[in-house]
Design a protein around this ligand. Structure first.
Ligand SMILES: [Zn+2]
Length: 77
């Protein structure tokens, strides 16, 4: 019984091959500046509540409704 079509698990979302590489904007609760954090870093630091941004800054995640004061120039470079 050779299947002509390989079964695909329906649970997968996202872009194949790009997983963990997409940067996520996280607003620092202290400075209100939005830093870019990789998804991988988000997953690794979620429980701690703070993330390491691309620029090396440790970001204390603000509430999602918090308005940002702009993006970190180091992160968007
Ligand atoms: Zn930054």
């Amino acid at each position: 019984m050779a299947g002509r079509h390989s079964k695909r698990a329906g649970a997968q979302v996202g872009i194949p091959g790009q997983r963990g590489m997409r940067p996520v904007g996280v607003i620092d609760a202290r400075t209100r500046v939005e830093h870019l954090v990789s998804e991988r870093s988000v997953a690794a630091h979620r429980q701690a509540g703070c993330y390491v941004a691309h620029c090396g800054a440790v970001v204390l995640a603000a509430s999602l409704t918090e308005p940002g004061l702009g993006r970190c120039p180091e992160c968007v470079r």
